[in-house]
Design a protein. Structure first.
Length: 254
């Protein structure tokens, strides 16, 4: 392949990602505002924040936990074997997403409780794990924000016994607009579509929500519990103060 076509493919991917970002900016404005307000309401009321994603969806969840410039109260809700691709074999993580009962067991043994908020990220929203997690979390009195591609609900079959998708069990749904299959490019000489953009778009959506939540808290006269980079002068001291003040709502230090 020529350098010219390599550059063209790179430009096509950037254009596709930018197009998706523009779509979510323009079409998900109300949902982002609602999600940010929900998180701010939770913080103001003394609740805790959690995020969950399985497989590659966990990347966006991890990006908002213990993050410079992010809310210190966001905790990762981890399902053993389903967070990222560090489990061996990697295919085990995909299999665990389809296991009934796993999400309920995780929630029941986690610190999550009524009045908290949970962000659940699942591109397809069709597997048992995210659907059951949303269902059980709401039964516990937890508010749920779902980040998913709504297109999957129209073009695929659900895998949960209820016959429903993640989007059906959320207080707020953020639609990433990602096409089924999560691949933005095709080429005559390549037999499969390639270049996924879901991580780029989902992470951007969630950072927009975090920014909205911080602004909403500030509008109420509440200093948002934000973390600073440890690589800037004074960052460690700042973070130490925040963690001391909110230590009973932060679980990634234990």
């Amino acid at each position: 392949m020529s350098d010219r076509s390599d550059h063209q493919l790179a430009a096509r991917f950037f254009d596709a990602a930018i197009g998706l970002l523009r779509r979510v900016r323009d079409e998900e404005t109300e949902a982002v505002e609602a999600a940010g307000t929900l998180l701010a309401d939770t913080v103001a009321a003394g609740g805790r924040l959690f995020a969950f994603g399985a497989g590659h969806s966990s990347l966006a969840a991890q990006d908002i936990v213990y993050r410079a410039g992010g809310l210190a109260l966001m905790n990762l809700l981890a399902v053993p074997g389903a967070v990222g691709v560090d489990v061996v074999p990697a295919t085990l993580g995909s299999a665990l997403e389809r296991v009934d009962g796993l999400a309920s067991a995780v929630l029941d043994t986690s610190p999550i409780r009524a009045g908290d908020a949970l962000v659940i990220i699942s591109l397809s929203g069709r597997n048992a794990l995210p659907v059951e997690m949303a269902l059980h979390a709401r039964d516990l009195g937890v508010k749920v924000i779902g980040v998913t591609s709504v297109a999957y609900a129209a073009q695929t079959k659900p895998r949960h016994a209820s016959g429903t998708f993640l989007k059906d069990h959320c207080d707020v749904v953020l639609d990433s607009k990602i096409a089924v299959g999560d691949a933005e490019l095709t080429l005559d000489s390549v037999p499969a579509p390639f270049a996924p953009a879901s991580t780029v778009v989902t992470s951007a959506l969630l950072q927009a929500v975090m920014a909205t939540a911080a602004g909403s808290l500030a509008d109420r006269g509440i200093e948002p519990p934000l973390l600073r980079s440890g690589n800037v002068d004074g960052g460690h001291d700042w973070n130490g103060r925040v963690m001391e003040e909110y230590g009973d709502r932060i679980f990634y230090r234990r």
